[in-house]
Design a protein around this ligand. Sequence first.
Ligand code: ZN
Length: 313
Amino acid sequence: MECVFGIDIGGTNIKIGKFHGDEMAESRQVKTDKGAAGANIIADVARAVREMQGDDVIAGIGVGVPGPVMDGVVLGAQNLGWKELNVIKEFEKYFPGVVIRVLNDANAAAVGEWAYGGGAGFSSFIFMTLGTGIGGGLIINNELVEGASGSTGEIGHIRVGYHNDRLCTCGLYDCIEQYASATGIVITANRLRVGRETILNEVEVTSKNVFDYAQLGDEVCLEVVNNMVEKLASALAAITNTVNPEAIVLGGGVSKAGQFLLDRVEKRFRELAFFSVRDTKFALAKMGNAAGMYGCAYEVRKKICRLRSTADR
Ligand SMILES: [Zn+2]
């Protein structure tokens, strides 16, 4: 039977899914070996894929990587130790003749959500994943937009402060990632709890605890949430004013705060966005951390279809 693989290469784990058509037949997780500047990663993936292949014929492999991607070349993925790398060429060494599609991991998750999850039914939406960092993706007219230098999803690096207060991993200051990601929420919480009466001085300061105790009425936790919501709603209003999509879909670990977060972001967004985009819909992602695998598999199937239809002509 013909299969494709959808592979999500992250800084901690690599998720590998084998697909028959739309259906995931099997999945596996491999630890990311960041030693030797990530030189072993692709060999590790190739070994796992061969083990999972069984009697199937591999028609394509879709790969999501944490960095900007142009024509199969990742321009740099600090989380993996990779500098510029032609990922298509690297995979072709192990899988000659197999169609390879490489895309940014958050872009892949956007496709997964569009095809099967929280973005289903929208022909255009902005996807934003709020995890340790912030990533994103943009679907317009049912197509992923990747940008002139493969950077359409880099919405985590929108500047939302003006005092060079928080240095970002990208080298710039005050990117929204430093305020609205799980990491950013912890920074804010650690600042605001000093000298105050709050549960945050008794429990571990995590994004989850901040949201849990905010819902129970802890005032400092609520302040942290409001602070995060302000930055997030401002950035979303700016993006929406530019792109004017049907919807905004929020995913990632922080979005597990669910409706409590969504209601607040939505309310503040409607106050900050231009009048004609105020009705933009909001939704939560549904695919969890499988979105990337599904999106990679979807995109490589699309590439295979295009190549085959060109060959038929
Ligand atoms: Zn940044």
